[in-house]
Design a protein. Structure first.
Length: 101
């Protein structure tokens, strides 16, 4: 069973689906990320005459229509992890090193 490249499935997924087994969480995540990257890069036809900010807004609306709340959760988690590392973990480790020495 061959899959089209548009649906993001691979031959490994096809084998798993034929046997009735559900693809692993990691495989589903990788397929989701491939599809997201494809959606992020594909040109939008209605953005030909827009400014750069108009194109960014149109792209975000397109992605939000496609992925919905998952997109917002991913953005929030990304910033929580990034800010936790930058503003909490790194200063804590630096302070701990300075206070111990």
């Amino acid at each position: 069973m061959k899959s089209s490249p548009l649906n993001g499935a691979t031959e490994e997924n096809d084998v798993a689906l034929e046997t009735g087994a559900k693809p692993s969480l990691w495989r589903r995540f990788k397929d989701f990320m491939k599809q997201f990257k494809r959606d992020l890069r594909e040109p939008l036809p209605e953005t030909a005459g827009l400014t750069i900010w108009g194109k960014i807004g149109a792209r975000f609306k397109h992605l939000f229509k496609r992925y919905g709340w998952k997109l917002l959760v991913a953005i929030c988690v990304y910033y929580l992890i990034r800010d936790g590392i930058l503003y909490i973990l790194i200063p804590y480790l630096v302070a701990k090193k300075l206070l111990i020495d």
